[in-house]
Design a protein around this ligand. Structure first.
Ligand code: SF4
Length: 381
């Protein structure tokens, strides 16, 4: 990364290999949505080809005992974030002008750090307190999944496969640990996993398709599109629409929030109210929109920001795209296709998520949900 070696990417590959070799722990994987449409490029697949099944088989071959899906937690993030947006927007529409809007999305750690460092004073209270899918997943695995199976935190090695370098840092935030035991122990990027597979002579092209383990492998199509710019917004709108209107949403495709323009603004009519959403990718573009908001030149209820161009499909841990936007577009289309082919396309309809709330969390936004799934931010002057 750094030409003089002063900075380097923290690579957890050897830590993981050592843990697998000990054979005394559950080695649990979660795979982020953007990884499945990009890692194949390292093995001769086309950008955007969905190779989730082959990837699951490969991870089992490497020695993972349980292979789950970050998408499960992306559904959880959608539900907690939609609830937060709904509460704040309702207050605002009822005349409470002190409520903090726009709600800023929180699933991109590079964006969160940028905001903490540069806009704490003006916008720290705007950011959703919902943890990112990676951290929600880690919290559920170590605090719910493990205990119901009689497995202590110390006996679980929680590994995330991410398109992202910033997620490595996010996993090591001290609030996301209990007595030094982190909810996510190791984060490997898409590139690091591809390298490890090649070193282990595992070729994705030759593998049968496997299936995610249950119950943390079940997800809606809304969670797949999390991996591209505009996806978080579209996923949230699907739930928000039904929550605000009480009607069933038949057409879940909100094409007005899709695309690759770096700043996109869409107006949505929900319950005869005009909800304005902004979607931004790239931190330079985010700065422009924040400045416009500060100068009252823009009014938004929700703002999604992803630091990387194209969102996570163009993430810093993905196979290099060398500025080839066509590749990013193909990966994004790959995620849209997965979403379209899912039988469940709204996060709130995921039966495993419904069961999680019924058995352990109560309702979205409950005290238990807050304890497990929400976070605080650092105020920096
Ligand atoms: Fe990470 Fe980039 Fe995705 Fe943000 S947009 S979560 S920095 S890969």
């Amino acid at each position: 990364v750094c030409p003089v070696g002063a900075l380097y990417e923290k690579d957890y590959t050897w830590d993981l290999i050592r843990e697998i070799a000990k054979k005394d722990k559950r080695i649990v994987a979660q795979i982020a949505p953007a990884v499945r449409v990009a890692i194949g490029e390292e093995f001769g697949f086309e950008p955007g080809e969905d190779i989730t099944g082959e990837l699951i088989t490969a991870l089992k071959k490497l020695g993972f005992t349980d292979v789950f899906d970050t998408n499960f937690a992306a559904d959880l993030t959608v539900i907690e974030e939609s609830h937060e947006i709904e509460e704040r927007v309702k207050k605002y529409l009822n005349g409470d002008k002190k409520v903090k809007l726009p709600v800023l999305t929180s699933c991109c750690p590079a964006w969160v750090t940028f905001l903490e460092n540069n806009y704490s004073e003006d916008y720290l209270e705007n950011i959703s307190t919902a943890k990112s899918p990676q951290q929600m997943f880690g919290a559920v695995v170590k605090n719910i999944w493990g205990p119901i199976r009689g497995i202590s935190r110390e006996k679980i090695v929680s590994v995330s496969i991410m398109p992202c370098l910033a997620k490595k840092l996010e996993g090591k935030i001290s609030n996301f640990s209990e007595k030094g035991n982190y909810d996510v122990d190791y984060t490997l990027t898409t590139r690091e996993l591809a390298r490890l597979l090649k070193q282990s002579n595992i070729d994705l092209k030759t593998l049968q398709k496997g299936e995610f383990d249950k119950p943390l492998g079940e997800s809606s199509g809304a969670s797949d599109i999390f991996g591209k710019t505009g996806g978080v917004t579209e996923a949230v709108i699907r739930d928000l629409y039904e929550n605000l209107t009480g009607e069933v949403l038949e057409n879940v495709d909100f094409k007005s929030v899709r695309g690759l323009d770096e700043i996109r603004i869409a107006s949505l009519n929900i319950n005869n109210q005009n909800i304005r959403v902004g979607i931004v990718h790239g931190l330079g573009a985010a700065r422009k929109v924040l400045e416009r908001l500060r100068e009252n030149q823009e009014e938004l209820h929700v703002l999604e920001v992803m630091a990387c161009k194209g969102g996570c499909v163009g993430g810093g841990g993905q196979p290099y795209h060398h500025g080839d936007f066509d590749k990013i577009r193909k990966r994004a289309h790959g995620l849209e296709k997965i979403d379209e082919n899912k039988s469940i396309r709204k996060s709130k309809d995921n039966p495993q998520i419904i069961s999680l709330y019924e058995k352990y969390l109560g309702k979205p936004g409950s005290n238990d949900a807050h304890k497990l799934l929400h976070r605080e931010y650092k105020y920096k002057k």
